[in-house]
Design a protein around this ligand. Structure first.
Ligand code: IPE
Ligand code: IPE
Ligand code: MG
Length: 251
């Protein structure tokens, strides 16, 4: 397979995932459900329903090839600005998804983790999330972080406030606050930063996702709408990632 590079040259890349050089952590902004539906003259909620299939496929593929962490942006702190009917529909879908999938996720040794302030979600959703997290807590395979009512700025603010409290109560000295310590106050504590951030639907923005954690992530913007995202797209994304040279500021 040849990949066209921006500067006009082509570079030969593999058409197979190198299992020895897998990204540890893949983060995905699952975008384009609404446009997928509208382009088919369907209500937006049908796009969200179709998007659930893509979630299933991506989790299955990531687990099969041995990815350790998959973080999925499911609902942002800004998504409350959508019509109530869409928000309610999304919450109902979440409950249905967890109820239906938890058995299979458990059998596949998948661990569910949640990032975001879920206390603001409907009670039914909170209960289902807690059940999913507890019942998979001892699993040792793929960890799926679901970002729900997640916003990166609010995550960072929350961390800063907690740290201030610790300084005030003298349990932490200001001089001991470094990047490592700060990271421990984020939802992603003990999780390596994403190696890859994928956004579907052609939009090229971050929309308040993992601002701290993606400092050195490789960014991949993919044209397809989220419901059309298949394991082949993820495979291609990983192959693309494996062809990149990460420098982290060095040479
Ligand atoms: C992503 O799809 C899902 C959520 C944000 C919950 P969208 O609903 O944003 O779909 P578009 O961007 O309107 O097409
Ligand atoms: C980002 O998508 C949030 C999720 C995928 C959950 P949005 O569709 O909300 O982002 P914007 O509004 O296009 O930036
Ligand atoms: Mg969108």
């Amino acid at each position: 397979m040849f990949r066209k590079l921006k500067r006009g040259a082509t570079k030969e890349v593999s058409n197979e995932v190198d299992k020895e050089n897998l990204p540890k952590h893949i983060a995905i902004i699952m975008d384009g459900n609404g446009r997928w539906a509208v382009s088919r003259n369907l209500p937006r909620i049908s796009g969200h329903k179709a998007g659930v299939e893509a979630v299933r496929e991506v989790i299955r593929y990531s687990s099969d090839i041995g990815i350790q962490f998959l973080t999925l942006y499911a609902f942002s702190t800004e998504n409350w600005n959508r019509p109530v009917s869409e928000v309610n529909g999304l919450m109902e879908l979440l409950v249905l998804y967890l109820k239906k999938e938890i058995g299979e996720l458990s059998r596949n040794n998948v661990k569910i983790n949640v990032m975001g302030d879920i206390s603001k979600l409907p009670k039914k959703a909170v209960l289902e999330i807690e059940k999913a997290v507890t019942s998979t807590s001892n699993n040792t395979g793929l960890t799926v972080n679901i970002a729900l009512n997640y916003g990166s700025r609010s995550e960072i603010l929350k961390a800063a406030k907690k740290l201030c409290q610790s300084v005030k109560s003298s349990s932490i000295d200001i001089k001991d606050i470094d990047e490592n310590l700060f990271s421990q106050y984020l939802y992603t504590k003990n999780i390596p930063d994403p190696d890859i951030l994928i956004r579907t639907s052609g939009e090229q923005r971050i929309s308040n996702f993992l601002l701290w954690q993606i400092a050195y992530s490789e960014l991949l913007f993919i044209e397809v709408y989220w419901p059309d995202f298949k394991s082949e797209h993820l495979m291609e994304a990983i192959i693309d990632f494996q062809s990149r040279q990460r420098r982290f500021g060095g040479l």
